[in-house]
Structures are given as C-alpha cells and as structure tokens.
Design a protein around this ligand. Structure first.
Ligand code: ARG
Length: 467
C-alpha cells in the first residue's frame, strides 16, 4: 500500500526556514514513514481536534478560527476515509500530510494548528490511541478463539485420549481437558493485553518536543476529551519512551508462541502417525506433485508466523537499547514491526477461530491410544492403596512393564503366576478393572482431568466466554 506519490508536486518542508536547500530525493525516500504510519490518520485527526480545543481555551486561536480548523480537519479526514486524499512525495509522514492538506484548504490559519505541539508528542499520542484500540481488538479476537476452544471442548466432553510428556504417551486424559489447557493460556494473554492497555492509557500530548509545551495548555481537559485516565507525568519520558510498544509486542509474542503450540498439535494430530484429527477440506491444501497429500498449511503458517512476531519484539527492544533521551529518529522504526506483528497476530487468531470448530476428531483412535501401558501409574497407585510405598510400587510396576514389552503381553493379560512373582499384592482382579475411564475418573483433584472437574472447567469457560 504505497501512498499515491506525486513526483512533480512538492510542498515546502516545515523546517524550510532553517534548512536552505531542498531535501535530496534519496533522503526524502529514506526518511519517509508515510507508507507505514498513514493508518494512524483517524487517531491523528482526533488528537488534532482535541489540541485545537486546547488552543481555543488557551486563547491561542479564536473560537471562530478553532471552528474553522476543526471543520478543516474533519474535511481532511473525509478525504482520507474515501481514499480521495492525494499524498505528495514530500509528505514525510501522516502528521505532515494532514497539516499540509489542512493548510491548502484553510491558508495561513492551518499554520496555527501546530502551536505548542511537536510531532514528538503528536506521534506518541497517536501511538497510544492506536494501541488502546488495538488492545481491545486483540482482546475480542482472543475471546473468539477461547469461545471456539470452549465449544469444541464441550462437544467432546467424554472423549479420552492419551496425554503426553516428552511426546511419549503418559496418562489418559480427557480431550476437553487438553483443549481447555489452550484456552487457559489465552486467558493469560488477554490479561497481558489488558495490562498493556492500562499502560497505554496515558496522555503524552502537551509534552511538546521534550520540555513541555510553552503555552498553558490544559492537559487535563485534553486527556478527558480523548478518554485518557492519566497524563504522562514527565514530558521527556512522554516523548522518549516506547516501552508500551515493547510491552504490546511482548504480549503479542507470547500469544503467538501459544498459537504456534496449538498449531503444532494440529499438525501432529493430522499426521497418519497420530491420526487423531481429520483436517476440514476447506482448511487443507494439496500437493502439486503427490496426489494423496492433504497438508495442514494453515496450522503450519500460524506456527511459522510466530517468528515474525517474536522478531518484531526483538527489533523494537534492539532499537530502544542505548537510545539517549529524549526523541531520536530511531523511534520511527517502532511502527513497522508493531503494525506487522499486530496484523499477523490478528490473522492467526482469526483463522484459528474458524478452523478450530471445523476439526473432526477420530475419537476411536484417540481412545485406543489411551489404553495399555498408560495405566501403569494407576496400577502403582493401586499398590500404594494396599500399603506398598510408592517408590517400591513404581519399581514393581516398572519390572512388570518390562515383562509386558519383552513378551508382547498386554498389561491386563499378564497371568497370575507372573503377577505374584513380581509382588504378592498383584492379582489379576487388581488389573482387570484398570481402564482409561477409571484412570481419568480418579483424578478429581481441583484442576484434574476427571469428568466432574472438567465439567466445572467447562462451566467456568461458558460463564467467562459466553455460550
Ligand atoms: N514520523 C516520526 C515518527 O514516527 C515523527 C516525526 C518526528 N520527527 C522528528 N524529526 N522530530 O517518529
């Protein structure tokens, strides 16, 4: 989305008084951030309108002038909304483009807009307005994915599957319990974005270039008008700091890592080796060469895009590291990674929220994979109930498992003589009612995989996410 550049049309630079020669075209192209920051325009206009009101209250412009400036800003916004706005190659960023157009419309009055303001506090303001809205947007997208996971879990409340540690079959669990584990991660992600929003909710405008505006602008009124809870307490910090950007990206990176773990399980489970899910056709792609293939590209891309989001965090932290106070042009480099990471994260959340409900589980295969040696812990627990110390029980069952593997016998089919040779308390009766269902049912501790506990989790999910 490159701005419609008019190579022949140029406007004088805002600093043309001090810098005599026109900017070299290569410098203009190199320093421009318009292609990236033009999306800030609604926030830029909102901030400027609030600033006009402050100028009127401080009697720096008359009421009539204020009204004309405001109408002009609204007209510029209308052009931008409609895609009619003509950018010039000399427009360095969205802030300058809007002011340049306003001045074309209003004449010299347009030049009063920037009174008591610098692009340094202006861009800090736009960023915070954008971040506030984006945190809300991400929160909604996270909630939708949580809902999808919660609903899917509810539809599969009784399905048993193997739980894994080290990607080795460990113990039987409920599929719903597993899905709700992913939902929990997203709950923490939402809390992180809420925290970020709280930090973003602070007005930088009035900081000027760094020392504070040179006019008595009522920052409290401006904050109220723009819906900010707090006002940046230090004008230098207000223009120099970008930790709210880093914080957003940290929350985004953690979320992306969570999504990549979910995506990885979809990839694994869709493989023939696992065979736990059937990918919905609408979310799979074929191979251009191998006719039998059905590939989980969507999940793979979600997993892969995590690299971009994590990279964005590293890019911003690296840009900030060692920057002297206050504003440095380096800070302009915050926006490409910020916007790219936010867009990428939203795409991933949105595609998963529609793909997750379409997953088809092969519950027979999952249940079959949850039987057998996964019940070894349960057998050891039975021995403990009969007075055997757990360490000893672990040893006995371990030896029995070795016997099963060497002789190709299922745990439930080991004969009485072999059992009693391993331990006097081991009987066929003890083994017979060892089942995956019995195993999950025992795990009634708070947060465990027992159906009663998982139902409680499901009820909480429903309360929190809605139906
Ligand atoms: N476009 C710039 C940015 O994104 C704001 C311009 C401030 N420029 C300056 N030389 N003070 O940070």
């Amino acid at each position: 989305m490159t701005p419609r550049a008019r190579s022949k049309t140029r406007a004088a630079k805002a600093w043309a008084g001090r810098i005599g020669a026109p900017t070299a075209p290569v410098v203009e192209a190199f320093t421009s951030s318009l292609a990236v920051d033009r999306r800030l325009y609604p926030h830029d206009v909102a901030g400027s309108v609030a600033h006009v009101h402050a100028l009127v209250r401080a009697r720096l412009v008359t009421r009539a002038e204020g009204a004309r400036l405001e109408r002009g800003l609204v007209a510029v916004k209308r052009e931008l909304d409609a895609g009619r706005f003509r950018f010039l190659r000399s427009d360095e960023d969205i802030h300058m483009a809007i002011e340049r157009r306003l001045t074309e419309m209003l004449g010299p009055l347009g030049g009063k807009l920037h009174t008591g303001r610098s692009r340094n506090d202006q861009v800090a303001l736009d960023l915070r307005l954008w971040l506030r809205a984006e945190c809300d947007g991400v929160d909604g997208a996270l909630r939708r994915l949580q809902q999808a996971l919660g609903r899917l879990a509810r539809r599969h409340a009784d399905v048993i599957m193997p739980g894994y540690t080290h990607l080795q079959r460990a113990q039987p669990i409920l599929l719903a319990h597993h899905l709700l584990a992913h939902r929990e991660m997203l709950a923490r992600d939402r809390a992180r974005f809420r925290g970020c929003r709280t930090r973003a909710d602070e007005l930088p405008l009035g900081a000027g270039a760094l020392a504070g505006a040179g006019f008595p602008l009522d920052r409290r009124r401006v904050a109220r008008e723009l819906g900010f809870t707090r006002i940046a307490a230090n004008s230098i910090d207000a223009v120099a700091d970008r930790d709210v950007v880093a914080e957003f990206l940290a929350a985004a990176a953690i979320t992306a890592v969570h999504l990549s773990r979910l995506a990885e399980e979809i990839v694994l489970w869709a493989s023939d080796e696992f065979g736990f899910i059937e990918l919905p056709d609408a979310f799979a792609t074929g191979s251009s060469m191998m006719p039998q293939k059905k590939n989980p590209d969507v999940a793979e891309l979600v997993r892969g895009k995590t690299g971009r989001v994590v990279g964005a965090l590293v890019a911003v932290l690296t840009t900030l590291k060692g920057l002297p106070l206050a504003y440095d042009r380096d800070l302009q480099e915050d926006k490409p990674p910020l916007f790219d990471a936010a867009d990428t994260l939203r795409q991933c959340l949105d595609v998963l929220a529609v793909m997750v409900p379409a997953l088809r589980f092969r519950t027979d295969r999952m249940a079959a994979a949850a039987d057998g040696l996964l019940l070894a812990t349960d057998l050891a627990d039975r021995l403990v109930e009969r007075g055997v110390p757990f360490r000893r029980a672990h040893e006995i069952v371990g030896a029995l498992v070795r016997h099963c593997l060497a002789s190709g016998t299922a745990l439930r089919d080991v004969d009485a003589a072999v059992l009693s040779a391993h331990s006097p308390v081991l009987t066929p009766a003890l083994l017979r009612d060892l089942t995956p269902g019995g195993s999950v049912a025992r795990r009634r501790v708070f947060g465990g995989t027992a159906p009663s506990e998982v139902r409680r989790q499901l009820a909480r999910a429903r309360r929190e996410d809605g139906p």
